[in-house]
Design a protein around this ligand. Structure first.
Ligand code: PGA
Length: 247
């Protein structure tokens, strides 16, 4: 059995005050046996990292620079994230791909730098509505994952987390059905298994896209869904914890 991971992606939301309150509420709550991680905006990582010291809740960043250091205005390095207390780094979120034009190659380079910095990358993959309607969901996911496997090797997947996030389900309230999600999760695991069965068996594959306390139980009971990457519902401690309990 793979352990369940429930990770909150807070995106560009909150203030110092609301973030402190959210961390306190999550720390004081009960998420059952699921492992929790929170990914606050970069500016709050040091603060949240300090608050989480000694707790079981992990810290993650929402991105990581593909370079170690130097003239890369606006970027944050893996070493800096590590210093802030991060254990995870999201890479390739669909908002980064769509709004900031991050290519498969750049995402693979960010993934590599996360691992070099001893961060566990949470690699996001997923198709747009148009791509699903065109029947190319599998090709899209295979291309996004393939870019990382081709440059980093299959072994790299072993120390990472994959998040399947259909773009049409992110922030829309339109959740994938448990069957739709399970089918893509199984496809992803098979892709990995074609190269290394042990890695496929080990890697956690999270679902993301409008997961909430009501739909989480059914999604998380699917055999290849090992947790969730939660956006909107992660901004309310009670909802986030309830998703953990549903696992
Ligand atoms: P959502 O976001 O839960 O608000 O749909 C998920 C994500 O973007 O990771």
């Amino acid at each position: 059995m793979r352990p369940t991971l429930i990770a909150g992606n807070w995106k560009m939301n909150g203030s110092l005050q609301s973030v402190i309150q959210l961390v306190e509420d999550i720390k004081g709550g009960d998420a059952g046996s699921a492992k929790l991680a929170v990914c606050p905006p970069a500016i709050f990582l040091m603060k949240v990292g300090g608050m989480l010291e000694g707790s079981q809740i992990a810290l993650g960043s929402q991105n990581v620079c593909d370079q170690a250091s130097g003239a890369f205005t606006g970027e944050v390095s893996g070493a800096m994230l590590k210093e802030a207390g991060c254990q995870y780094a999201i890479v390739g979120h669909s908002e980064r791909r769509a709004l900031y034009l991050e290519s498969d190659a750049l995402v693979a380079a960010r993934f590599a730098m996360a691992q070099q910095s001893r961060l566990i990358p949470i690699l996001c993959v997923g198709e747009t509505l148009q791509e699903r309607e065109d029947g190319i969901t599998q090709q899209v996911v295979a291309r996004q994952l393939g870019a990382v496997i081709e440059s980093q090797g299959i072994e790299a997947i072993s120390n990472s987390v994959i998040a399947y996030e259909p773009v049409w389900a992110i922030g829309t309230g339109k959740v994938a059905t448990p069957e739709q999600a399970q089918a893509v999760h199984a496809y992803i695991r098979n892709l990995v298994a074609e190269q290394d069965a042990a890695v496929a068996n080990k890697v956690q594959i999270l679902y993301g896209g409008s997961m909430n306390p009501t739909n989480a139980g059914e999604l998380l009971s699917q055999p290849d869904i090992d947790g969730g990457l939660i956006g909107g519902a992660a901004l309310k401690a009670a909802d986030f914890l309830a998703i953990g309990q549903a696992a």
